[in-house]
Design a protein around this ligand. Structure first.
Ligand SMILES: [Zn+2]
Length: 299
């Protein structure tokens, strides 16, 4: 999992003069607002109103083509190679549940099951692309938090934006687009040489994220762990070749990583960790050799 930088395109300025990205964003925001209003209205008259999934599907595709580079926001696998990808609702829209052994049980707030964060169903800050394994097979309606889940009344609904909820609930699940060092997945999750995700300093958020979306699933051939491990090994090999071809210039490592980021490879987070680790070892070896040479050199 890596941080994905995304800045909401500006809605200001002359619509006629805007670039395509701003136009798309403005049109999507308007559509999302209409869909939310419609849903809120029908909640008053219908027991089980339906969502308009086309709205979040369109955003998911737009984000996949843009900042997510066709990769899952949780596991960094290339989803578009084999699938359309899911539109992940970070805070579940229809119900909140937790795993209890093999069963799923509702999260209860004030003696009633939490009905989900429906008012965020069309909110961009609650949506990003994920693969079906992370989203549908593992996470489902789970949303682990350090504090109690909020279930607002109709009167104080407007106050519970994503940001306000983050402050109150302290989510344990990491979000790829949240800003701030404390939310950066690379501060919480590292990777071992077997391709497994490992919490940094016993991070509770890392543990919850790895568990909730199954970041260490090793379910047979081409499992996530196996694919990650193989990609790491291949890329470390290529990086070391580039390093030795440059006469052991450390700048070659940075150039290799920059190129990797540009090509948006799956698992770049894990690859960066593996390369750093390998390079640390090489640096120590080079230092030892230099010291040895100095001692041997005739005075
Ligand atoms: Zn995934």
């Amino acid at each position: 999992m890596i941080h994905v930088s995304f800045v909401e395109p500006s809605l200001d300025g002359d619509p006629a003069a805007d670039d395509a990205r701003q136009k798309w964003w403005r049109a999507w925001r308007d559509r999302a607002k209409r869909a939310r209003d419609k849903y809120e209205k029908s909640r008053k008259t219908t027991a089980d109103p339906e969502f308009d999934s086309d709205v979040w599907k369109d955003l998911k595709e737009w984000l996949l083509r843009g900042p997510f580079d066709g990769k899952c926001g949780y596991c960094e696998s290339a989803v578009t190679a084999v699938d359309f990808g899911d539109a992940e609702h970070y805070r579940p829209k229809g119900a909140v549940k937790r795993r209890d052994g093999d069963a799923w049980v509702p999260v209860v707030v004030g003696r009633r099951p939490h009905g989900g964060y429906w008012w965020l169903a069309y909110d961009w800050s609650n949506l990003f692309p994920a693969c079906a394994k992370c989203n549908s097979a593992h996470k489902r309606e789970n949303f682990p938090t350090a504090k109690k889940h909020v279930r607002p009344t109709a009167r104080d609904l407007a106050r519970w934006t994503s940001a306000a909820l983050d402050r109150e609930e302290e989510p344990l699940l990491l979000h790829p687009m949240r800003e701030g060092d404390e939310n950066d997945p690379s501060r919480h999750i590292t990777f071992d040489i077997d391709g497994r995700a490992v919490p940094i300093d016993d991070s509770e958020r890392a543990k919850a994220t790895i568990e909730t979306v199954g970041l260490n699933r090793d379910d047979g051939p081409n499992s996530l762990v196996e694919s990650r491990r193989e990609t790491m090994a291949d890329q470390v090999k290529l990086c070391m070749m580039a390093f030795y071809q440059s006469d052991c210039d450390p700048a070659a490592i940075d150039a290799f990583m920059a190129e990797l980021q540009k090509r948006k490879r799956p698992y770049v987070g894990a690859i960066a960790v593996a390369i750093e680790r390998k390079f640390d070892m090489i640096r120590r070896q080079l230092d030892e050799r230099r010291k040895l040479d100095e001692r041997r050199a005739p005075r």
